[in-house]
Design a protein around this ligand. Structure first.
Ligand code: ZN
Length: 188
């Protein structure tokens, strides 16, 4: 063991015989037996366990809430890096979810941006060639979603009509920039 060495969230700040002082990523300072730290018995000051418990509780409390279900379904459908992938639907294999909506804390941001799921509506992507992110998502009825699939809005771009997804492919620009330029009527 040496000063500066990291054990999950703990970084060693000083060593005193059998014990060591550590600073946790959360800012707490603790003193533990060196042997315990090396064995991996302490991964944090205790905040890691509390965080997991909080996440577990949140999941428990939120399961069954319509908005949480939508978020969870979206996550499961598009999951490409876990065991759930084998259950994911083929047509969703290449559909991305924006970073903020993923993983820890992802639901809270999703909820802040999308709000409560209204009754009778589900999560819909406005442009189906694009992934899940705030500007491309809305709560919509089955009928609204079908109408949407028939008509994907096209824009005047370099002399022809194209969808935002098509323009993104050609220009290599993000959705936000393409959308902004189209709405400002800028030339390409
Ligand atoms: Zn901590």
């Amino acid at each position: 063991m040496e000063i500066g060495q990291r054990f999950t969230r703990l970084v060693i700040t000083s060593i005193d015989k059998k014990k060591c002082n550590c600073v946790c990523d959360c800012g707490n300072e603790i003193k533990k037996y060196i042997s315990d730290v090396i064995k991996g018995n302490h991964k944090s000051c205790g905040c890691l366990g509390r965080q997991r418990l909080k996440e577990h509780r949140e999941k428990h409390f939120l399961t069954g809430s319509p908005t949480y279900n939508s978020w969870e379904n979206m996550t499961n459908r598009c999951n490409t890096n876990s065991v759930q992938h084998k259950n994911s639907i083929d047509s969703y294999k290449n559909v991305t979810i924006c970073e903020q909506w993923k993983g820890r804390g992802g639901f809270q941001i999703f909820y802040n941006e999308m709000g409560d799921r209204p009754e009778g509506k589900t999560l819909d992507r406005i442009d189906n060639e694009l992934g899940y992110f705030k500007e491309n998502c809305r709560w919509a009825t089955k009928q609204e979603q079908q109408n949407n699939r028939r008509v994907c809005k096209k824009y005047q771009f370099r002399g022809s009509l194209q969808t935002i997804a098509e323009i993104m492919k050609v220009t290599n620009l993000s959705y936000m920039i393409v959308w902004h330029r189209l709405n400002k009527g800028k030339s390409w």
